[in-house]
Write a protein that binds this ligand. Structure first.
Ligand SMILES: Nc1ncnc2c1ncn2[C@@H]1O[C@H](COP(=O)(O)OP(=O)(O)OP(=O)(O)O)[C@@H](O)[C@H]1O
Length: 345
């Protein structure tokens, strides 16, 4: 059953910036949905509208069937964790967490119980008396998460909460947050522009571009069946080869492959891991430009005859060297025309 319903929501800022346009999404109970997209695609604006920090220009939002479109943030059953965590640095951890509960007139012993439980949940057991300013970046971000969770929101809103942390810590916190989210079964909207984050955490991903939805699907589906060339190029590494189709053959720079679609321009999409290379003298379709050995696998950068660059993942990089001619055999392809998929095999 869906808890959060966003229906035809738009936000046009003063000056005419269309940050979000006719956006609709239903989020199921306990689901974690990632809003993924490049900078400026409207992710934060959308999240802020759900949290009540920004007013939609049009459209409506409901939580458990109740219209929240114009309800102020503090009256919504949502908890938001911002990129810059905005903790009260003059207070200790306990006071940071207790503050919201006090405002809600929760009894002191109940406050103590809830704060301790949530500190335990985020791995900060015993940190209550510590001053926030004396904590590491990762610990501060855990306190920020705890401060939202202690109010037991129906919906947790996370706006790039790990953006300021180093890669290693980011990966650890990502796993911790996913664990906590699944343990509490808390419905969560998570903004990120990191595809790894979205692919590893989300039940579903919303790929956004220019304030609009490009695709809403499970991570594996977004990866394997991107609906548009934009999604194909944004998620993971993808070769997007712009060429032409004539009589059922796609060609580009000396490379050609059967493609059963009508004549005209097409973009061929092939993942590096789905492209087999064979060393060939005569009749080669491309030339090896560079080989990188990553130990577990290799990556071959090659050039088609017209200088189009293509990447292929290989299991034996030592079989290839710069300057060699190769032929290309894709094992899985998709083709796009006019921004939509026209063929998949
Ligand atoms: N208060 C504002 N006034 C005017 N324009 C704004 C305002 N806030 C955001 N915008 C514009 O709305 C668009 C969407 O911005 P938003 O911050 O939602 O994108 P985003 O996808 O979250 O980007 P990022 O990943 O960089 O945070 C951008 O063009 C931005 O410049």
């Amino acid at each position: 059953m869906s808890v959060l319903k966003i229906k035809d929501v738009s936000k046009i800022f003063a000056g005419g910036v269309r940050a979000v346009e006719n956006f609709s999404l239903d989020v199921a109970d306990g689901e974690l949905v990632c809003l993924l997209g490049p900078s400026g695609s409207g992710k934060s604006t959308l999240l802020r509208m759900v949290g009540g920090f920004e007013r939609p220009t049009s459209g409506e939002m409901t939580i458990d069937g109740e219209d929240i479109t114009h309800v102020p943030p503090e009256k919504r059953p949502t908890g938001m964790v911002f990129q810059s965590h905005a903790l009260w640095t003059h207070m200790n951890v306990f006071k940071n967490l207790a503050f919201g509960l006090k405002l809600r007139k929760v009894a002191p012993d109940e406050i103590k119980r809830r704060v301790e439980a949530v500190l335990d949940l985020v791995g900060l057991n015993g940190y209550g008396a510590r001053h926030v300013a004396k904590l590491s970046g990762g610990q501060q971000q855990r306190v920020a998460l705890a401060r939202s969770l202690v109010l037991e929101p129906k919906i947790l809103l996370l706006d790039e909460p790990f953006a300021s942390l180093d890669q290693h810590l980011r990966e650890r916190l990502r796993e911790e947050v996913r664990d906590i989210q699944q343990r509490l079964k808390i419905t969560t909207l998570f903004v990120t522009h990191g595809q790894d984050e979205a692919l590893s955490m989300a039940d579903r991903i919303v790929v956004m571009r220019d304030g609009k939805t490009e695709q809403i699907d499970r991570p594996d589906v977004v990866y394997r069946e991107p609906r548009t060339p934009f999604v194909a190029g944004f998620i993971g590494t993808m070769n997007l080869i712009e060429g032409n189709v004539a009589n059922g053959m796609f060609s580009k720079g000396g490379y050609s492959t059967p493609l059963p679609v009508s004549d005209g321009p097409a973009i061929l999409a092939v993942r590096p891991e789905a492209l087999d290379l064979t060393v060939a003298g005569e009749g080669s379709q491309g030339k090896v430009h560079r080989v990188t050995d990553y130990g577990t696998h290799g990556l071959v950068d090659l050039e088609l005859n017209d200088s189009t660059r293509v990447k292929a993942m290989v299991s034996h990089p030592d079989m290839f060297r710069a300057g060699q001619g190769v032929t290309l055999s894709p094992r899985a392809i998709a083709a796009y025309r006019d921004g939509v998929v026209i063929h998949r095999a």
